[in-house]
Write a protein that binds this ligand. Structure first.
Ligand code: PCA
Length: 324
């Protein structure tokens, strides 16, 4: 009896001694909910870091904008209010066009092209973040962006004047070019925005469609898969440099594992979440020839506009991407 009581106490005592005295604890704000694969990947990343550092660095994930709202996360990390965080890269496009290169319709609409574009753009993204005292850890794309509507759409004329949900400047511009009226809405507010009539249509991934239960307020999913916007995990460079060499190396290793795992998860999601939209009752349709043509033309316009804004630096990213 006595022995069986002593064992767990002894184990607990040893565990306490095993905790490194210099353990560092980081809070990590993220924008999206726990059911989203990006968040699940980050939770795994945090566990990997704890494991690899023997608890020297503990990362606590605060999902769904619970610590900082999405628009505040990047600045919170830059100012050191949170040492690490996640954000949608293209939300920073107003700071520098390079952050928006992954949100141009049909510039890179497959995983293969998205990876090429990421390899071509990553050095400049890292450079621009470094100028703000931020270090990029990794980036993972959402599945392709497709259109959700109440009625079937044959062409952009069917969206004329419709209130269209946007989540960055590119989706705003796309809505305008389609003749729709953009309104910025965070993912968590999508169901309410539809039910109160603030928006009537949107373009997003099947992942976000499923987490918002899009079948409750839309009936048609038009499978455009027009681009693959990325979430990125960034760290305050000062906080990162404050870690020991070993811990920093372990974080970098866990980040590169999370990047590879995240791309795999994203690819697997595309099919499984489209199937879930169908199960929910949505009709999944391919875009009509007319709609495809119109969207391709809008993609060209947005590429031209992006190049005009991004100048020589932008042109060299596109050249590296297209292999010219
Ligand atoms: N989901 C996020 C960003 C892109 C996506 O697929 C959103 O809709 O806001």
């Amino acid at each position: 009896m006595t022995a069986s009581f002593k064992t767990p106490l002894l184990a607990a005592g040893l565990a306490a001694f095993a905790m490194p005295l210099w353990a560092e604890s980081w809070d990590m704000p993220t924008p999206y909910g726990d059911s989203i694969f990006h968040t699940q990947n980050i939770i795994q990343f945090a566990e990997d870091v704890t494991q690899a550092t023997g608890g020297e660095l503990e990362i606590t994930v605060h999902s769904a904008g619970s610590l900082f709202a999405h628009p505040e996360i990047k600045d919170a990390v830059r100012r050191g209010l949170a040492p690490i965080g996640e954000t949608l890269m293209s939300r920073l496009a107003n700071e520098d066009p390079i952050f928006g290169v992954d949100s141009i319709p049909f510039l890179a609409a497959s995983y293969e092209d998205a990876l090429k574009l990421w390899e071509a753009s990553r050095p400049l993204v890292e450079e621009k973040l470094a100028e703000q005292g931020l270090t990029l850890l990794y980036a993972v794309p959402w599945p392709g962006q497709s259109i959700y509507t109440q009625d079937q759409i044959e062409s952009t004329a069917d969206l004329e004047g419709a209130a269209f949900r946007a989540y960055n400047t590119a989706t705003e511009r796309l809505a305008q070019l389609m003749g729709a009226v953009p309104t910025q809405i965070e993912t968590g507010d999508i169901p309410t925005a539809f039910s109160t009539g603030r928006v009537a249509a949107m373009i997003t991934s099947p992942s976000t469609g499923v987490s918002a239960q899009a079948w409750d307020f839309t009936s048609y999913y038009t499978d455009t898969q027009a681009w693959l916007p990325k979430n990125m995990v960034i760290v305050n460079s000062g906080a990162f440099e404050g870690l020991s060499d070993e811990v920093r190396a372990a974080v970098m290793q866990a980040a590169s594992t999370a990047e590879a795992r995240g791309w795999e998860m994203s690819m697997a999601e595309t099919e499984s979440k489209i199937a879930a939209l169908k199960d929910g009752g949505m009709t999944v349709v391919d875009p009509s020839a007319k709609l495809s043509e119109e969207l391709a033309a809008i993609g060209q316009t947005m590429t031209d506009e992006w190049l005009a804004e991004a100048g020589d630096a932008g042109q060299s990213v596109i050249d590296a991407y297209t292999g010219e």
